[in-house]
Design a protein around this ligand. Structure first.
Ligand SMILES: *[C@@H]1O[C@H](CO)[C@@H](O)[C@H](O)[C@H]1NC(C)=O
Ligand SMILES: *[C@@H]1O[C@H](CO)[C@@H](O)[C@H](O)[C@H]1NC(C)=O
Length: 304
């Protein structure tokens, strides 16, 4: 985002937040994205680990992971998730449109929050197509923050997403029969607006949606890095770039016979407060383990 634009946006965030409390839609231009923090930077997140709040200077110096810029039609199911965190600051995550009314994101991102807005057709965050407020947040009942387990939440949009099938389209869900697959060694694409590593003081969301393609690693190998990984997780190598701070909730998809479908939702990665390690896999929520829960709590129909 160019500095001029940022200056224009400065100071009107409060207006934007007040606007969300009412059914009125947000004006994309009214958000001051420069005030948005990654989850890891919020005082709420840090307090969980007994860490003191970061100074503004510390927030500006996090380091990052590579990827490729997406065109507006590459990942039409990508959804930006803006969390209006009250006193703990605003934060940002990624998410995925699963039907006109429902978005999946990480529970990590929205647990304890009540005011959330979803950005669609936002491959370029300086030119957001739609911002839609969220009318309900459903956290998976067994979500564990510390273990990164059952890390998913279903967001209900306050109105239907304007699906055009080109820039906005729900992702396909796995079929029930896909639940037997490990997906080990499949190529998987992760897409989000988290930190990219291209500059030191990068605010999130990054202006452009980015994606990286890497192979799914076995849970056994993944457990060498993260001992608490279990069958409800699916890990993806970060050799070609991978998710970083701000990518929580990002969709992980695979392609089979021309059909692209969702297999994961980004949960956590190895990151010091200063960056994301390419040496270890990224850990995602394994969607095939949650097909019943998603079907029961949304209007998505899972195919056999
Ligand atoms: C939560 O965990 C309990 C105990 O393991 C289990 O019985 C229940 O089915 C889980 N809930 C969901 C929605 O998976
Ligand atoms: C999008 O695709 C769906 C499924 O093929 C179709 O039912 C719908 O009419 C399409 N919508 C538009 C706006 O093209």
């Amino acid at each position: 985002m160019n500095p001029l634009l940022r200056v224009t946006l400065l100071g009107v965030l409060l207006t934007a937040v007040l606007a969300i409390e009412s059914p009125a839609e947000l004006d994309p231009k009214s958000i001051d994205w420069s005030t948005v923090r990654t989850l890891q930077e919020t005082s709420k997140f840090r307090a969980k680990f007994g860490l003191p709040p970061l100074s503004d200077d510390e927030i500006r110096s996090s380091r990052i992971s590579g990827g490729t810029i997406a065109t507006p039609t590459d990942i039409p199911w990508a959804a930006g998730v803006l969390i209006h965190g009250g006193t703990s600051g605003h934060s940002f995550c990624s998410g995925v449109l699963i039907s006109a009314r429902f978005v999946l994101t990480a529970a990590n991102c929205v647990s304890g929050e009540s005011t959330v807005t979803v950005a669609l057709n936002a491959a370029n965050m300086a030119n957001i197509g739609y911002l839609i407020s969220v009318s309900n947040i459903l956290i998976h009942p067994n979500f564990s923050w510390l273990l990164g387990r059952d890390d998913l939440a279903i967001l209900t949009l306050s109105r239907d997403a304007p699906i055009d099938n080109v820039t906005i389209r729900p992702v396909l869900m796995p079929r029930r029969s896909d639940a037997q697959k490990s997906f080990n060694d499949w190529m998987a694409t992760t897409a989000g607006w988290g930190n990219t590593g291209n500059r030191d003081d990068e605010p999130i969301p990054t202006q452009f949606l980015q994606w990286a393609m890497d192979t799914v690693t076995s849970n056994l190998v993944c457990q060498l890095s993260y001992t608490w990984v279990r069958s409800t997780h699916i890990c993806v190598s970060t050799d070609n770039g991978g998710p970083c701070n701000g990518d929580e909730g990002a969709p992980v998809t695979v392609r089979e016979a021309g059909r692209i479908f969702l297999i994961g939702l980004h949960s956590f990665h190895y990151s010091g407060i200063r960056g994301c390690d390419r040496g270890r896999s990224a850990v995602n929520t394994r969607i095939t383990e949650y097909l019943d829960w998603i079907e029961q709590n949304s209007d998505v129909v899972i195919q056999p």
